[in-house]
Design a binder for this molecule. Sequence first.
Ligand code: MSP
Length: 715
Amino acid sequence: MSAPPQTGEQKPLYITTPIYYVNGLPHVGSALTTVACDVLTRYHKFKGEAVYFLTGTDENATKVQDAAEKAGVSTQQFVDELAVAFRECWDSLHIGYDDFIRTTEPRHTHAVQVFFERLIERGHVYLDTYEGWYSVSDETFFRDTDVENGIAKETGKPVVRVTEENYFFRLSAFGDRLLEHIEQNPDWLLPEFRKNEVVAFIKEGLRDISISRPNRGWGIPFSSDPTKIIYVWVDALINYLAATGWPDSPGWDKLWPADLHFMGKEIFVRFHATLWPAMLMALDLPLPTQIYAHGWWTIGGSKGGKTGPALPHPTRLTQFLIERTGMTEEIAVDAQRYLLCREMNFGPDTEFSVENLLRRYNNDLANDLGNLLNRTIGMMTKYYDSVTPEGGLDAEVGEVARVAVLQYEASLKEFRFNIALEAAGTIVARANKFIDEKAPWSLSKAANNGDSAAATELALTMRTCLEVVRISALLVLPFMPRAAQELYSQLGLSEKFKSETFEATEWGGLVSGAKVGPARPVFPRIQELTVDEETLLKLGSSYTGNSASLTENDPTTLNSTKTNSTPKENLMETITNTTPTTQPAEVQSEMPPGTLLPPPISAQEEETLINIDEFMKVQLKVGEVLAAERIPNADKLLRLTIDLGEPEARTILAGIAEYYVPEDLVGKKVTVVANLQPRKMRGIMSQGMLLAADVDGKASLLLPDQNTPIGSRVR
Ligand code: MSP
């Protein structure tokens, strides 16, 4: 964490996430907001701008107190544990926050009390009786017209009737000023359609709002009247100011106002776009520059999260991605960051689906980016002994890259992360097609036969591919910092990576003479794209079932639960309270004592084992390639004639045309599945299959010892 800027220093861009309620664990909903802010932070830093990124936890809510009570532990212990869980989760997602504020910290409590005293001094507060509805779940006061049959119409959450002597804030006095500010600052509230909701809400008529609640022993008490605590939303919003050091630390105004408050839509209209700016106006404090709200992850159309249908816990999702792909943890984290930002629409709600994430992974990361990298490095090794040649770059691909960078920037300006990534993907797709068009394997052959034009063209082709990988690495960097570094390293540019800035995305920055490789698959392809109900359940942030692979180092396990001092069953109950009703009862009861947080799923549980008899049904044999040729109009297939020691050679079609030059295969011994049902492709009957390893989406043939006799059985 870094300190806020000091007096005299340049004002950094100040970006905030909401502070999350600690009545449950983080999930991919809170992660989406946090990752998106981290992406913005990294992007602006990459552009050379100073950024200060704040996140934190909202701990004084009644619902947090209720959750702790239900768990049978002190509220303080409960919030301490969950604040750690949030922090660890963000750390595991490589969130580079500068500050993590907790609303139970003295710096926050002090700022809230001072803020309140100043509101009173300026005459914005009066004492009255509130009679109406309160939703603990939403921590919101509702009027009669907002409620039907004991449910808040806006949120679908239960309300209770309360009569309380409360302090009121004269919110009604700020409607016109708010409308004027919206009018004069067209980019203040984003996106546009949500701004319209705010305008409609204000025009309906703002009413004064209760800003206190009876003191039940948790929350920030009034300095002058300890029978009351400050309403949790007033308390929570002030975190953004408290983190700057306001009111006492010199230099707080070097950070304030915030440049961006970023959040989900449910806390936009009432709180961030109305109450908060009115509170700031009341103290003549500058307003935040932009306030943006994205849509939700939904499951079956309902908001997913702590109280709705379960969303995966980010750490578990990382482990799941590792299990499905075999990639490193660092890259799996990056992949998750990419997938969340690429799959979410950001404007409207988006239905969440793990299977969609897996499909997106295979498409964008394994097949497109990963494949481009592998092909490029593989060919560089073969044709240039891994040293980037001198030569030109393809102007047309360069133009695609230039347009993509412009689109990427424009999209990030509007917080459309998915569109920014889509733009980045267009260059990768173009480069993969470019390889097919140029057929470097043919150019290489011609060059070896003395064709100098082919030699020039081959250098241009390979350099263009390297340049696309380089620019793509820089564009995905804010989303996937570790993967970007790995791509740069495979380009032989590790040293350069550290000092690169966004300007390096300009076409033409490739360095000749760099030693590329060695090829290391970054994004292995996922073979199994379906995810069963039980696995989804176990990924959920509220899942509490047993798992064989729970270890001392389980990143989702809270510290205090590793000791014997916590009444764990009660803590568990709190978390299971939010578990979807579809969860089988026996799964819940298997929870090991001493575990507040859910364990990761085990790899073994996912595997389907076969016995030796089942394996022996597959006849694997060694064969020799007698002939190999391309098939007209089939970019991916080669037609092979293979001798398996049988009376007649077999014809086998193999999808390896992108990776092997036909002539190179002739005379090679290969491994063949000999008892596969024959299958017609492109009008040709294929009589078997070649075994190949899937290396990041690229086929790598399994070649037996070349002295193995033809027809040998493999087992
Ligand atoms: N504590 C308040 C915020 C106070 S800010 C001064 C709060 N906390 S929360 O834990 O409920 O977090 C809400 C935020 O988490 C949302 O605004 C959004 O950013 C994120 N999300 C929670 N569930 C989400 C989805 N299902 N989908 C997308 N974002 C989600 O409200």
